[in-house]
Design a protein around this ligand. Structure first.
Ligand SMILES: [Zn+2]
Length: 82
């Protein structure tokens, strides 16, 4: 398994077409989870585990829980077209 590189290569993503940027996101996610079981993308369990490893947590604001991990995962699902 490759060493985890938690930083997304934002500078490299600039200047790319949306399709190329999505592919960069997919490769980054697969390289950092080792999982590509969903049409070449990581499953939710592996992706959310990666987010937790990166320090993304459920935060509480005004006593309302805000699940950042779920928010990011849902955004990724939208980006990948699910
Ligand atoms: Zn998985």
């Amino acid at each position: 398994m490759q060493k985890k590189q938690n930083k997304l290569d934002v500078e490299n993503a600039l200047g790319k077409t949306p399709r190329q940027a999505i592919e960069s996101l997919r490769k980054w996610a697969v390289n950092n989870t080792g999982c590509a079981v969903q049409d070449g993308w990581p499953c939710g369990t592996c992706f959310c585990s990666l987010l937790s490893d990166m320090g993304v947590k459920e935060n509480k604001q005004h006593n309302r829980p805000i699940d950042r991990v779920n928010e990011v995962w849902r955004a990724v699902l939208q980006i990948r077209g699910d």
